[in-house]
Design a binder for this molecule. Structure first.
Ligand code: CTP
Length: 476
């Protein structure tokens, strides 16, 4: 077969330098993996570059570092036989070609030196196993033993070896297959899909952090439902996010049905992916209905209810983050807040939108009110065009009113216009529950629109309220 060269892919001077270093050491070197794949996909040139040496990756890395201006730092991971160099905006990862065999209970392989072909064999997908030669004698030659290029063209995810071996060797690859399918809109070929389903339980030996990394990437893809549908189809989903699969199904009692909240959720996630790149808002879309499974009830008179599902769902968010070892920080609180408030604007949009309801929404959502509106707009999945138009239009009105109300009343970062201190002084009170009652009454009056959010009006209101409570104004 004629040799195929792609020198244009490796024009960056670093590649020539690596080739020279390899020539000096008398080894062969290749760029492999994501860099080559993304070049052919025209996805831009990645900054993470994987180099494989037929011999010692560490020796090659040392040689490369010695030839680079500024003598960059080199991190050596002896146990793994890898080395990393950070050079300008590039991250160069060096490894010796390997032959690997795996232990069934761990992702950590037993490693032996191998040929390029051995190394390519043990990689995850044909599209990730393509290599470009860097030595001077064959600079730019494509080595693609599994026809990864054709798979890129056919848009197929396929493993170099029998799929059962590839996935069982490293079960994280099951998530990677699904993630690549979602990111690239590729199809996972059937034998691979079947092997994932067969090996699904081995996901348990993969660290939660790595699984979550892949979930993040699926969520950040342009149509995340593609990934979640594949997880559902291969039955990985109940092992990772059982809260979601619990939402699946439609029950009917006495002629009354509820919607399938699993498939609805996937639509919501796709909708939100069109309007925001905020990962955590996408998580909120994914989890906004999880409280519906444990709260579902049928009542003879009113039909299906999911009473307090937002509250229950927000609590479940904490447990889910904890189980997946995700950080229990502000991001988690944000997702909880979104889940907790996820029905509020919808209720608003069904009725006439009053100023006071909007003020309460802004008060409760604070700085996240825009995000909440984005979530709720994505939540509109009704196929009834009349209802869809009505909801969208009402949300438009809500958004307008948020701007108007905010300009006038500054509710977003609400600070009580009269302080507790001043209430104490006015009525000569010691710290007591009366102060809280008065402060709360002022806040309520502002939210209800009885008084503007201003000092004087709030002060007058305080005096009246105190009078009603039989408090005497302290005269000095
Ligand atoms: N690889 C593998 N099995 C894994 C992880 C990685 O075989 N579980 C191989 C693949 O050849 C992959 C390369 O290592 O292309 C580099 O892995 P990584 O940097 O994680 O992924 P990329 O393919 O570069 O893609 P991305 O940056 O999108 O994750």
């Amino acid at each position: 077969m004629a040799k195929d060269f792609h020198k244009e892919a490796i024009q960056h001077p670093i590649f020539k330098l690596i080739g020279e270093a390899a020539d000096e050491l008398g080894t062969d070197a290749y760029v492999i993996g994501g860099f080559v794949r993304d070049y052919f996909l025209k996805r831009g040139t990645p900054k993470d570059i994987d180099i494989v040496a037929i011999g010692s990756g560490i020796e090659l890395a040392k040689k490369v570092a010695s030839k680079l201006k500024g003598k960059p730092e080199i991190s050596i991971f002896k146990n793994f036989g890898t080395a990393m160099i950070k050079h300008k905006d590039l991250e160069l990862e060096f490894v010796g070609a390997r032959k690997e065999s795996y232990n069934r209970d761990s992702r950590k392989p037993m490693v032996e030196d191998g040929t390029l072909e051995d190394d390519q064999n043990r990689r995850d997908f044909t599209i990730n196993a393509m290599a470009l030669a860097l030595n001077q004698s064959n600079f730019g030659e494509l080595l693609d033993p599994f026809d990864g290029l054709a798979d890129l063209d056919r848009q197929i995810i396929r493993t170099p070896l029998e799929p059962g071996i590839t996935y069982s060797d490293d079960p994280l690859r099951m998530m990677r297959a699904i993630r690549f399918a979602a990111q690239l809109h590729f199809t996972i070929e059937l034998p691979s899909l079947q092997a994932i389903a067969e090996n699904k339980d081995r996901i348990n030996i993969v660290s939660k952090e790595r699984i979550v990394d892949e979930l993040h990437k699926i969520l950040m893809s342009s149509q995340p439902s593609l990934g979640f549908k594949l997880m559902h189809q291969t039955e990985l989903l109940p092992l990772i996010l059982p809260e979601l699969t619990a939402l699946e199904g439609i029950e009917e009692k006495e002629g009354q049905r509820h919607k399938d909240n699993f498939w609805h959720t996937l639509e919501v996630v796709d909708n939100i992916a069109e309007t925001t790149d905020n990962l955590w808002l996408r998580w909120a879309a994914l989890l906004h209905d999880i409280g519906k499974a444990p709260t579902k009830k049928f009542h003879k008179k009113i039909g299906w209810t999911f009473h307090a599902h937002e509250f229950v769902g927000a609590k479940m968010v904490y447990k889910l983050f904890k189980r997946l070892r995700m950080p229990l920080n502000e991001k988690m609180k944000f997702v909880q807040k979104m889940v907790l408030m996820s029905s509020r604007p919808i209720i608003l949009s069904e009725d006439h939108v009053t100023d006071s309801a909007v003020r309460r929404l802004v008060f409760d959502a604070g700085e996240y009110v825009e995000d909440l509106m984005t979530l709720c707009e994505a939540d509109i999945t009704t196929k009834n065009p009349k209802k869809q138009k009505k909801y969208k239009n009402n949300f438009k009105i809500v958004r307008q009113k948020i701007v108007e109300v905010e300009e006038r009343d500054h509710i977003r970062n609400f600070q009580p216009p009269v302080s507790g201190e001043e209430i104490m002084q006015t009525f000569n009170l010691k710290p007591s529950k009366e102060i809280g009652i008065i402060k709360d009454a002022i806040k309520e009056a502002i939210l209800e629109g009885e008084i503007p959010n201003e000092y004087e009006a709030a002060y007058d209101f305080m005096l009246k309220k105190g009078k009603k409570m039989n408090l005497k104004v302290h005269s000095e």
